[in-house]
Each structure stands twice: as C-alpha cells, then as structure tokens.
Design a protein. Structure first.
Length: 137
C-alpha cells in the first residue's frame, strides 16, 4: 500500500525479509518509557554501542541489521544497475543503513530523524557508499 502511494501509481510489490524492522527483543510491544525504566542497563548499552549489544537483550545488534541490509542492497545493485528503485522500509533499519553508509558511528543512528510517510532519496554508489539526496521530503 505505501509503495503504491509513494509511487503515485499501482505497483507490483515485491517483499523481502531483509527489510523488516529491527528485532527489539524484550522491548517489542512496549513504549520506550516502559522498557527504559524496566531495564536501564540494557537501554544504556544499546545507546552507547548498538553495534555489539542486542536490542532488548534478545533482539538484533545493529551489526546484524547492517549485514542483512548490505546483502539486500548488494543484490539490488547487481540486479538493477543504473535503474531507479523504490524501497519502502521501516524507520529503524533505514536510519541504521544511512548512518552506516554515511560513515557515522551506529550509536548516532537516532540523530537521523526520519518522519513517518516522508520520502528519503539516496543514491546507492556501492554496497558501502550512498549519497543522501533528500531527507523527509
């Protein structure tokens, strides 16, 4: 549905499990103020080093998220070289992807604010490099 709205026309949607939202483990289904007060130690570790600490103790690390996204985008580069492709993704994975490819420490991924239903335009240079052309357009 979102892909059709964003493209402005009916589209054939292809789904890919590598684009699912971050697995937040024991935090899933909870409001941030809940899990932050219930488990401040885990929250602190996630804030300072999400690359190696699991979200919600049992979820994914940022490194695991980036690995699956790298796999997806490498395949995309090979399959659709020099073509424009619309990707609809979740806030968390999108921000980790952009932070990683822009050379930011992954602990700073939350500094990239991606508004709901907003358009972000990136040019995929290689599996390791992007150009951020628009954010929240």
């Amino acid at each position: 549905m979102t892909a059709g709205i964003a493209s402005g026309r009916p589209v054939d949607v292809v789904t890919d499990s590598r684009l699912i939202e971050v697995d937040f483990g024991e935090w899933e289904g909870k409001r941030p103020e809940e899990f932050q007060s219930e488990d401040p130690e885990s929250w602190s570790k996630w804030l300072t080093d999400p690359e190696t600490h699991r979200a919600g103790r049992t979820g994914e690390t940022a490194k695991e998220v980036i690995d699956r996204l790298d796999d997806f985008y490498q395949e995309l580069l090979e399959r659709y070289e020099d073509k424009t492709v619309l990707i609809v993704g979740h806030n968390g994975v999108n921000r980790f992807f952009m932070a990683s490819k822009l050379g930011m420490p992954l602990k700073n991924y939350r500094r990239l604010v991606q508004e709901n239903s907003a358009l972000t335009l990136v040019k995929l240079i290689s599996k390791d490099e992007i150009q951020l052309l628009k954010l929240n357009a």
